[in-house]
Ligand binder design. Sequence first.
Ligand code: PHE
Length: 339
Amino acid sequence: MKEKLNSIRQSAMELIDKCTELKSLDEIRVNLLGKKGELTALLRGMGGLSANERPVMGALANSVRGDIEAAVDAKKKQLADAAAALKLRAERIDVTMPGKVRPLGKKHPLTQVLDEIKDIFIGMGFQVASGPEVEYDHYNFEMLNMPKDHPARDTQDTFYITENILLRTQTSPVQARVMESSPLPIKIIAPGRVYRSDEVDATHSPLFHQIEGLVVDKNIRMSDLKGTLSLFAKRLYGKDTVTRFRPHHFSFTEPSAEMDICCFSCGGKGCRLCKGEGWIEILGAGMVHPKVLRNCGIDPEQYSGFAFGMGLERIVMRRYNINDLRLLFENDQRFLNQF
Ligand code: PHE
């Protein structure tokens, strides 16, 4: 019995020593010390021993059991420590590593300048309105004093969807919509996309942007138009900006004008930017035609107004010296990142 106990101890120690997994360690423990274990079975046979052998064997069996338990516990701790160390190593974070740089988005130059223009007009008490890009012929032309046979329609190469529905060629239909449906007085700008069936080249695009403006109230005069738009030009181009108004023609304003600013590149002497003119055209404007007011249900005897419209792309191109309109629509990051 003594030999058996010693050999159990020896082989147990070897098994435990070689063990590399918590699970098999547990199996070893159960096989030896469990209810049906080897050592337990041996102890059950102690009854057959003589009275003076029994305490000696009992003590030996207890010391074997103690040794095995101690070895299992020690191994368990060793395996657990190794597993924890492995996990720590796997989860280690090197806080000295450089961070990942997230590319930062920014506003498109068209949006940047539009925001600036909006701010200028909002600062003068204007509200921002909008209208549909798919528009009725009625609002894009008829209401604006351009009946079907009007020659001015030819200058706006229109994308027709049906005979009566088109892609708006200007933001001016928003004027008619606002006058028809809003209480007076009116003081709005309406930025948005417009469409004309032009071939794409350095200065033409079938899609571009306009910013419309409209003021309707009692006693609105040409001097209000000039004052408002001159102030706008000074805010956008600098306080020393000189403006001039030239007579022009639009079917929905009377009188009509175009506003130029003195060339900010050459100061009026004439250069490439202003094509030797000394002046740069910025926008079209005029007093709202009495017919248009009447079309929208406003009495021209009581109310008057002025309107203006400008092209956003041209303003942006001049501001940043961009010589090809297509750059604004291609979304090439190398171009856009410069703004
Ligand atoms: N809608 C005109 C254009 O596209 C611009 C304009 C707007 C002129 C408002 C006068 C008043 O050319």
